[in-house]
Design a protein around this ligand. Structure first.
Ligand code: UT7
Length: 326
């Protein structure tokens, strides 16, 4: 498997920390020092998850020097589809990727890593040659904008990669995926419904998914403990050490988490990719967004070894060790 191209996109409007202090009781100083975030993008009512995702996808397809018509599979990692039945098919239609089968995959902030591993299985078995993997989320739609503990953290965006069959060399060197539902209540965007009677003895539930709730401290502790461990396991599978990693690419949730993980792995900060300040926590989009930005800056070079790790609701977490390029 090769990673032939990347792309990313955000909605148009950016809110900085000062803007947020007009919505909830917070400050630029608190948000910067506790999280490292300076601004984030939020989707307007006219923008859609499928639209932002398709923009990122078009850029990835162009970089891969292929066309939508060549794509066999579209995998959309998201927790915030426009349609609960799935938004991948809408993206297929927007791209005109008529040959592709398309479906959604939900694993919250781990979605991109879970998607990368899922896509690689189809490629390794020879079923598909060209896979478009998108991580996209518009968490602003589900944020409680009166809750300062969560609303300052999230942002909207999309990132995509084109994965291609490469019989010469498999660029996915190792991975490890994990779930632990016993801590599910730490971070939720759950369905809440009210009972509605249909017949004398039959009631159903009607409601919506709103809003995000999080035990920040618990998630923080979980991330700092589990992420170095899962990366070490994936490195072991790749028969590599942390020293051999060119870039540490973590889910962009909190700069303090990223610093603590890098420190535990003994990876210096100049090898740890961070663009959280500009985007906030964009959930499934954060890893491909940061990857694309760094690739386009030519900081990541073909052949560079990247240790990527996602973590979040579920709880889910995972790591993939891969080389950039064909
Ligand atoms: O992608 C999913 C993964 N999610 C994460 O990785 C999130 C992990 N957790 C975190 O990043 C951190 O726990 C937070 C950034 C969410 C919170 O940081 P913290 O250092 O754990 O702060 P805290 O929750 O202990 O709150 C400290 C104080 C509290 O006030 P008191 O009780 O000490 O008086 C909060 O009420 O800060 C207060 N606070 C705020 N103050 C100003 C909480 N949010 C804010 C805010 N502005 N936005």
């Amino acid at each position: 498997m090769a990673i032939a191209g990347s792309g990313s996109a955000t909605p148009k409007v950016a809110l900085d920390n000062q803007d947020l202090s007009q919505i909830v009781e917070t400050s630029d100083e608190w948000i910067r020092t506790r999280t490292g975030i300076q601004q984030r993008y939020v989707a307007s009512p006219e923008e859609s998850l499928a639209g932002v995702a398709a923009q990122a996808a078009e850029r990835a397809i162009a970089m891969a020097e292929t066309t939508s018509a060549e794509i066999d599979l579209i995998l959309l990692a998201t927790s915030t589809p426009d349609d609960l039945f799935g938004s991948a098919s809408q993206i297929q239609s927007l791209l005109g990727a008529s040959r592709a089968v398309a479906f959604d995959l939900t694993a919250a902030c781990s979605g991109f890593i879970f998607g990368l591993v899922t896509a690689s299985q189809f490629i390794r078995t020879g079923v598909y040659q060209n896979v478009l993997l998108i991580g996209a989320d518009l968490l602003s739609r589900w944020t409680d904008w009166s809750d300062r503990r969560t609303c300052v953290l999230f942002g909207d965006g999309a990132g995509a990669v084109v994965l291609q069959a490469n019989p010469e060399r498999d660029r996915l060197l190792g991975f490890e995926l994990c779930s632990d539902g016993t801590h599910n209540q730490s971070l939720n965007l759950t369905y809440q419904g009210k009972s509605q009677p249909l017949l004398k003895d039959v009631s159903i539930s009607h409601g919506s998914y709103y809003p995000i709730t999080m035990n920040g401290k618990e998630v923080y502790r979980f991330a700092v403990a589990k992420v170095p461990e899962v990366i070490s396991k994936a490195l072991f599978r790749a028969q590599l050490t942390a020293e051999q990693v060119d870039w540490l690419l973590l889910h962009q949730a909190n700069q303090r988490i990223m610093d603590a993980v890098a420190q535990r792995l003994n990876i210096s900060s100049d090898r740890a990719i961070s663009n959280l300040a500009k985007y906030g926590n964009t959930s499934a989009a954060s890893i491909p967004l940061a990857l694309d930005e760094t690739v386009r800056q030519e900081t990541i070079q073909p052949g560079d070894i990247i240790a990527a790790s996602g973590f979040g609701a579920g709880l889910t977490w995972g790591a993939a060790i891969f080389q950039w390029g064909r």
